[in-house]
Design a binder for this molecule. Sequence first.
Ligand code: PRP
Length: 178
Amino acid sequence: MYRDLKKILITKEEIDKRIKELAAELDKDYAGKRPLMVAILKGSVMFYADLLRAMTIPLELDFMCISSYGNKTKSSGEIKLIKDLDFSIEGRHLVIVEDIVDSGYTLSYLKRMLYSRHPESVKICTLLDKFECRETPLQPDYKGFDIGNEFVVGYGLDYAEKYRNLPEIGILKEEIYS
Ligand code: PRP
């Protein structure tokens, strides 16, 4: 898999260090609130597992699978819901855990949908923020790293379902996806 990378953008050590900082921030902000930590499958799995293990407050887990259509490098804004939450979220504090925010369409849609179920709060925690590519006003509440407009894979992120199990985040060579 490493042969397909132009370079490693974020090392495992850098990811670990930043996750500890984010976990400490969440611990402080959600003390006494028993947040419902919602993983958006599949890209967030590695980040979610490491982030939650680094948190020390009581919390609960739930999972959603929401996807833009097809295997492509850019979101269209068309979204499909593949798996919904298991539990009612009325009155709950939700933290949506994502791997990347790009155009912002996915999370804008998701936030609207979740707020219609009357939670107490919905915040977004993303590992990566591709802010240059934003096409909506959406801003994450917690973020690991800002990145440029490059095609990144690894640590949960894929291209056509490959590279999710790389421990680092790398930039994919253009010839792989063009
Ligand atoms: C990725 C990512 C976000 C979305 C962000 O998911 O996990 O959900 O794209 O893009 P946007 O801000 O432009 O809407 P993807 O559809 O690739 O599914 P995956 O998590 O299963 O890889």
